[in-house]
Design a protein around this ligand. Structure first.
Ligand SMILES: *Cc1c(COP(=O)(O)O)cnc(C)c1O
Length: 383
């Protein structure tokens, strides 16, 4: 027990201690924490669908029809008409033969990498990949090589010198930086070396591309096998869950082999009904993506004028990299005194020395909200 206390105290001393806020309200531009009303810039509810009345109604109707629990895994008797319809709609949306639902993005990543690789296979990962992709390759006991961030040339030479390259995995939009992976070049490299590309589009799906189909659409590249797409349903779609999309044989392989698919209870069918409603909104309401683009541009112009150095991100993830954990914590506290919530992101979520404010935008924000954020940043003494 003593060791645990020591470890916690050390974390506190290093400004790395993490704490949870207790929300009293739904997600939205304004949230309630205790007595405080805070303008929130740290949700991944990019399209503002997490509390949309049509999505909430679909959830309720789903519960009326199916009850609340799936009761079993998909392979036993937990696979409902709602799950099945959602899989078909997701496959149609992203232009894949099939899609397969997982309970979370974390589990989808573990499932795919575990089903496709073993300890004889080499997996290549962008150095800034999400923790779930890193854990996936570890759990599969694959031979992991992490290549420098978005460095296609370096990856090319690493691949040339590797036996059995099986998978290249990458965030499509990097979760803490907001920049976009060179998916077209990565897919070409994968092809050339007999490997597969797996793109984790947790932050692009719903947000990027004219139709919201994600990073592939944004880059003008159709999703072509053997490329694998993982998308999450708890961020831009505002609900919960994840899916993997690809060709028939990939999906059937996952059903047979992905342990995080087989050995876990299916999502509640009502969750699938809620996602179907939010997918429909994401497909139809282009103004949500346009609003996001406008907010991001407005923020970047304003922040530049204040002297901030911005990262090359055109997505709703706009980090201000401040360096030390202490600096980012104190900036976050400063914003909080102005009624603004931006959590400090610190190691090991981001590399040592690159702690930051990770600012995110949602279609529920107004331009005046961005002005309030900029105003508070201007007095934070961090530019
Ligand atoms: C959030 C996230 C995940 C995990 O998705 P969940 O559905 O929240 O488990 C996976 N990959 C990336 C890049 C993410 O940002």
């Amino acid at each position: 027990m003593k060791n645990l206390e020591d470890g916690l105290n050390r974390r506190r001393a290093e400004n790395l201690y993490r704490e949870r806020l207790v929300l009293e309200s739904p997600q939205g531009a304004e949230i309630h924490v205790g007595e405080e009303t805070l303008l929130s810039f740290c949700s991944n509810d990019y399209l503002g669908l997490a509390n949309h009345p049509r999505v909430v109604a679909a959830f309720r109707e789903g519960a009326d029809r199916y009850g609340v629990g799936a009761g079993a895994s998909h392979l036993v008797n937990g696979h409902s008409r709602a799950h099945h319809a959602l899989e078909e709609e997701l496959a149609d949306f992203v232009g894949a033969q099939r899609a397969l639902l997982f309970s979370t993005g974390y589990m989808a990543n573990l499932g795919v990498v575990g089903a496709l690789t073993d300890r004889h296979d080499a997996v290549f990962e962008d150095r800034l990949n999400h923790a779930s992709l890193i854990d996936a390759a570890r759990l599969a006991r694959a031979k992991v090589t992490r290549f420098p961030h978005v460095d296609v040339d370096r990856l090319g030479s690493l691949l040339t010198h590797t036996a059995r390259p099986r998978l290249i995995t990458t965030d499509a939009v990097f979760s803490m930086d907001g920049d976009i992976a060179p998916l077209v070049e990565l897919a070409a490299l994968a092809d050339k070396h007999g490997a597969r590309l797996m793109a984790d589009d947790a932050h692009g799906f719903g947000v990027l591309g004219q139709g919201g189909r994600g990073t592939f659409e944004h880059l003008g590249a159709p999703l072509v096998p053997p490329a694998i797409l993982m998308g999450t349903l708890g961020k831009a779609l505002g609900v919960f869950g994840a899916f993997v999309a690809g060709e028939e044989a990939l999906i059937e392989t996952l059903i047979q082999r992905a342990r995080t698919y087989i050995y876990t209870t299916a999502l509640p069918p009502a969750v699938a009904e809620a996602v179907r409603a939010s997918l429909k909104l994401a497909r139809e309401e282009h103004w949500r993506r346009e609003r996001l683009r406008m907010l991001v541009e407005h923020f970047r112009d304003g922040a530049r004028n204040l002297g901030f150095v911005l990262t090359p991100s055109s997505t709703p993830i706009q980090p201000l990299i401040l360096g030390s954990a202490e600096a980012s914590l104190s900036a976050s506290r400063h914003l909080r005194t102005h009624g603004i919530l931006v959590t400090a992101i610190r190691p090991p979520t981001v590399p040592e020395g690159s702690a930051r404010l990770r600012i995110t935008f949602s279609a529920t924000h107004e331009a005046s909200h961005v002005d309030r954020l900029l105003e508070a940043l201007s007095t934070a003494k961090i530019a």
